[in-house]
Design a protein around this ligand. Structure first.
Ligand code: ZN
Ligand code: ZN
Length: 164
């Protein structure tokens, strides 16, 4: 599988395409598309994927112009990409467009802040993947610790709800 194919799979999944359609476009087999998607957390429901995609876009998108004042943003070669022309513009924009929501992660139960996105369920991508695909492994780990009379080091939220 080439980088271009991986990129294509990702972008098509984020737009809600099914495995068959992606297989036709990329020339790969349906099974290898499915396998790749399962391993990379891309086999979810379109709605969840679109929310994830919005978050990635928000975080990685490179702006030409300051969204607040429209001035061209001067990027420096080093460090993080700037999204606003100045700290003042960032403050104004955050205040008006990126209301912070205090949310609770569906997996680890930690509180986290989400800027502008109310429906976020996980504090990070790692928790999203773990909650979707690691339930068997997590349950086995917890059971093992209990049977060895060890303190349970980490109890996912779904398991906590199941136990109590
Ligand atoms: Zn500005
Ligand atoms: Zn979390």
């Amino acid at each position: 599988m080439t980088d271009a194919q991986r990129h294509k799979i990702k972008s098509m999944r984020f737009q809600g395409f099914g495995y068959m359609q992606i297989a036709k476009v990329t020339g790969l087999s349906r099974d290898s598309i499915r396998g790749y998607c399962v391993r990379n957390g891309l086999n979810g429901f379109a709605k969840d994927l679109i929310t994830e995609y919005r978050i990635i876009l928000e975080e990685e998108f490179e702006f030409e112009l300051c969204p607040n004042c429209g001035k061209k943003i001067e990027q420096t070669k080093i460090g993080r990409k700037r999204k606003y022309c100045s700290m003042d513009c960032k403050r104004v924009w955050d205040k008006t467009h990126r209301k912070p929501y205090a949310l609770c992660c569906d997996y680890c139960g930690k509180e986290f802040k989400s800027l502008g996105i109310k429906g976020r369920k996980y504090c990070c991508n790692d928790c999203y993947i773990k909650d979707r695909f690691w339930r068997n492994e997590d349950a086995a780990e917890v059971a093992k610790q209990i049977l060895e009379f060890k303190k349970v080091s980490r109890l996912p939220k779904w398991l906590k709800e199941l136990l109590m």
